[in-house]
Design a binder for this molecule. Structure first.
Ligand code: HEC
Ligand code: HEC
Ligand code: HEC
Ligand code: HEC
Length: 349
């Protein structure tokens, strides 16, 4: 009796432990030279469940470019003035479908006067138009010709599913149990690890210099002055790397040869693309999203990270481009100086 109770307990224990594992078989794809373990492991059943989430919606029929410009017909058009009236209404219909399909035009507009800017959502949406054009025109080293539209991040919701804010990331306050230093809190953002839950304020918002360098591997065997980074930097770096893996649905070896994580020459080209992604996000967060703070009715301005666009896929929408159907979002672009200085810095590596 006792023995069977014990084996029942063992069985129950095993079930609990194994419930955390995924059922084989897995798909394994080799992406590097033989023997260096550069493989991508994926669970085909979980991937299949994800596919519907990454489908682009059908495009709207094209509109005629003939006739007077939107800037001539309407009173308060600051970004899309070069479009014809037909194209302008088509764009308004598309952004309604992408961002506020349930709420409709009134999510951004005062129905009594469409030129009125009193709703914060309209002011934010105008900034979003400029940001989207800037990404597509100037951040080609990351988004290529594929580019992004509002749908890439919003997917039919006013607030994208994946955002972060410095406020929320501060975590639980200090208690009798001590200061958590922003870590040891289960968060999907860092793969439920005990790593810092906000590597974003450090690495995806500020500039290039000082403590926000994403670099922890020493070039020398013993501690020396060539590597000023400490344990805290290492923890934040690994927190960010867990985010990268989760955001793209990939293993570390998608971007690294684990023989030498930090060496550029031995790492796959995806790591280069990711390097530009980091600089792009610093630009978007600090130039477009964070400065919107006074416009929002309450609190911090929510910001973007890799998951905002990728949402678990190695390329957003598996690389399908919606931009060809919306050339108005591909041009005219903003300031390309940050991209140029990033490219210069990358060339030095
Ligand atoms: C997600 C926010 C958003 C939604 C939803 C939206 N609009 Fe707009 N709308 C804007 C923005 C931003 C502008 C200003 C564009 C610019 O400055 O280039 C604008 C401008 C306009 C104007 C020009 C008004 C003027 O005189 O200056 C019209 C007309 C318009 N929208 C119609 C619509 C219609 C019709 C719908 C629904 C099918 C709609 N909009 C849905 C954000 C939105
Ligand atoms: C790179 C990702 C990204 C793209 C592309 C993008 N957005 Fe956003 N959007 C965000 C983030 C992040 C926020 C902040 C979330 C919040 O407001 O809580 C936001 C907020 C908004 C809001 C305010 C929602 C609210 O109620 O607070 C509107 C409206 C909006 N976006 C419209 C647009 C439109 C229109 C486009 C395309 C021209 C667009 N967005 C493209 C990331 C994006
Ligand atoms: C999507 C690509 C990508 C993925 C996935 C990724 N990394 Fe990274 N990793 C980078 C990039 C890019 C840098 C360099 C960042 C910079 O220089 O600004 C980096 C830097 C690092 C560094 C610092 C190297 C040094 O020079 O000190 C370590 C360590 C690291 N990654 C480990 C990991 C681990 C562990 C994982 C898996 C949990 C991982 N990475 C997943 C792109 C990636
Ligand atoms: C504004 C949206 C956006 C954001 C934010 C973003 N990406 Fe991307 N990323 C894209 C698009 C679009 C592509 C596809 C480009 C193409 O088709 O050439 C891409 C491609 C990539 C690729 C190449 C994949 C391959 O198989 O070639 C990597 C790696 C990558 N992104 C990593 C990142 C990382 C890491 C971050 C965060 C630091 C990030 N991305 C943030 C839009 C984004």
């Amino acid at each position: 009796m006792k023995a069977s109770l014990r084996s029942l307990a063992v069985l129950l224990g095993l079930t609990v432990v194994l419930a955390g594992c995924e059922r084989p078989p897995m798909d394994t794809v080799q992406r590097g030279y033989r023997g260096n373990g550069m493989e991508q492991v994926a669970n085909p059943r979980l991937v299949a469940l994800q596919i519907p989430k990454h489908q682009a919606p059908d495009p709207l029929p094209p509109a005629s470019s003939e006739g007077p410009k939107a800037s001539q017909i309407y009173q308060n058009v600051q970004v899309l003035g070069n479009l014809s009236a037909g194209e302008f209404v088509r764009t308004m219909t598309a952004i309604t479908n992408w961002v506020a399909p349930e709420q409709g035009c009134v999510y951004c507009h005062n129905p009594a006067n469409f030129a009125d800017d009193s709703m914060y959502t309209k002011v934010v949406a105008r900034r979003m138009l400029q940001m989207t054009q800037h990404v597509n025109a100037d951040w080609k080293p990351h988004v290529g010709a594929t580019g992004v539209t509002c749908f890439t991040c919003h997917r039919g919701q006013p607030v994208p599913a994946e955002i972060w804010s410095a406020q929320e990331a501060k975590g639980r306050p200090d208690s009798m149990l001590g200061n958590r230093f922003g870590q040891n809190e289960p968060s999907l953002k860092v793969g439920y690890s005990s790593l810092p839950v906000d590597p974003f304020s450090t690495y995806l918002l500020g500039g290039e210099k000082g403590s926000n360098e994403i670099r922890v591997a020493s070039k020398a065997a013993l501690p020396d002055r060539s590597n000023p980074m400490g344990t805290k930097d290492a923890e934040h770096t690994y927190g960010l790397m867990m985010h990268f893996s989760g955001a793209l649905g990939v293993n570390c070896t998608y971007c690294h040869n684990t023989r030498a994580m930090g060496e550029w020459a031995n790492n796959p080209p995806t790591r280069n693309t990711a390097w530009y992604g980091i600089r792009m996000l610093r630009d978007l967060n600090s130039t477009y999203l964070d400065p919107l703070q006074p416009v929002y009715p309450l609190g911090d301005a929510p910001k973007a990270n890799c998951a905002t666009c990728h949402q678990g896929a190695y390329k957003p929408l598996y690389g399908v481009s919606m931009l060809a159907e919306h050339p108005e979002l591909a041009a005219p672009g903003g300031s390309a100086t940050k991209v140029a200085s990033a490219a210069k810095e990358k060339a030095k590596k």
